[in-house]
Design a protein around this ligand. Structure first.
Ligand code: SF4
Length: 382
């Protein structure tokens, strides 16, 4: 059976953060319940198409999925197990925000089969959390984190953000140090730099010249500090923005970067299946009326498009792209297709070649990571 990943999008949040352009909005309890029922319906309607697949991971993301009653999440996961073959030990992640789950709901999520939590912390300083429009304090995060461990979660990932308005290098180091003082340590940390997206309150402030972001050099230094500080505590960078302790890389996200098939359920959710990309529409009311009927934007990827994706997604991972897998997938050698680009970037110190028994990998160098968009863009066929 071919492995497949499932993603469920739960678009509700207590309140919109000031930098957020995700498909998320506040929702009333009744709407959330109706939405969770609609997700189950969509799952039932579409499961047959993927009967030959083995589910290797499930990711319930958002939004803030933990605004949904644990019982609703449990119901959803029951359907997954009834309708799909799920691999033993499959990674099952729930995203949550501090302040949206107490000890009792943590226990219920655990009993429902969730075995990994991804918590949105963002910063360990209350002044920064406030500036971002987050709903929680660092103290509330600590309570949530302790409750998760007491409920039996030992695979917890934290989301952090740097390059925040008014943030100094020392502030960012402080956040990392506070996180590393946690006991037990988290298993995984995602650290992204803030991107000011159009349509957000931060964007409006920036337009008015009222958002004071760190200079580019300072932000680059924050990125370098991240690897150094997390590295000293046993976390290794396995993707441009993701760090894990040994054995705790996010299997679900690795699947995205390795172009494993995945199916998204819920509004706005994207899918890749047998080299076709599609996405659900984002109209909530329409979705509640007819879940499963909203699939939009099918794009059948030809061989060149698949090669492009193989390169720009695969290069995000620090181990790089495998020449052997490239040949097995496309029937052509990586160096035969991209030889000029590979050697030019190797000469420029942006990529390096690594030999392993039976395989050759190409990966970003430290300098290459700094200009990763530039490097990856070269693998697009004109
Ligand atoms: S909690 Fe996450 S999804 Fe919700 S508004 Fe904030 S950043 Fe967006």
């Amino acid at each position: 059976m071919k492995p497949i990943e499932l993603y469920f999008h739960i678009p509700f949040c207590v309140r919109k953060c000031l930098y957020c352009d995700f498909l998320s909005f506040p929702g009333e309890r009744r709407t959330i319940e109706a939405y969770m029922r609609a997700l189950c319906t969509e799952l039932e309607e579409r499961a047959d198409e993927y009967r030959e697949s083995l589910v290797s991971s499930v990711f319930i993301g958002g939004g803030t999925p933990s605004v949904a009653e644990p019982g609703l999440v449990e119901e959803l996961l029951k359907r997954v197990h009834t309708l799909f073959c799920v691999e033993d030990g499959a990674e099952i992640t729930l995203e949550m925000n501090p302040g949206t789950a107490d000890g009792e709901s943590m226990k219920r999520y655990r009993r429902a089969g969730i075995n990994r939590l991804s918590m949105g912390l963002q910063s360990a300083w209350d002044r920064e959390l406030k500036r971002l429009g987050r709903i929680h304090t660092f103290g509330e995060f600590l309570e949530c984190y302790a409750a998760a461990f007491s409920a039996g979660f030992d695979n917890i990932s934290l989301d952090l953000m740097f390059g925040l308005p008014g943030q100094t290098q020392e502030d960012w180091r402080g956040t990392l140090k506070r996180v590393l003082a946690l006991r037990p340590l988290p298993a995984h940390i995602s650290a992204y730099s803030l991107i000011v997206e159009e349509g957000t309150p931060f964007y409006a402030l920036q337009e008015q010249g009222k958002l004071s972001l760190p200079e580019e050099d300072c932000e680059r230094q924050m990125y370098a500090d991240t690897e150094k500080i997390l590295g000293s505590a046993g976390f290794f960078r396995y993707e441009i923005s993701n760090y894990a302790r040994e054995g705790y890389e996010c299997r679900h996200n690795c699947g995205y970067w390795q172009r494993r098939d995945y199916i998204g359920f819920g509004i706005g959710a994207a899918s890749l299946f047998q080299n076709t990309r599609f996405r659900n529409g984002s109209d909530l009311q329409e979705y509640l009326r007819s879940p499963g009927a909203l699939r939009e934007a099918e794009e059948v990827l030809d061989k060149r498009a698949q090669m492009e994706e193989f390169m720009f997604l695969g290069l995000r991972m620090m181990r790089g792209v495998s020449g052997r897998v490239f040949r097995e997938t496309f029937g052509e050698g990586l160096e035969a297709v991209y030889g000029d680009i590979l050697s030019r970037n190797e000469r420029d110190g942006l990529l390096y070649r690594r030999e392993e028994p039976g395989d050759v990998f190409w990966a970003l160098t430290v300098r290459g990571i700094d200009v990763s968009n530039y490097v990856m863009s070269q693998f697009l066929f004109g």
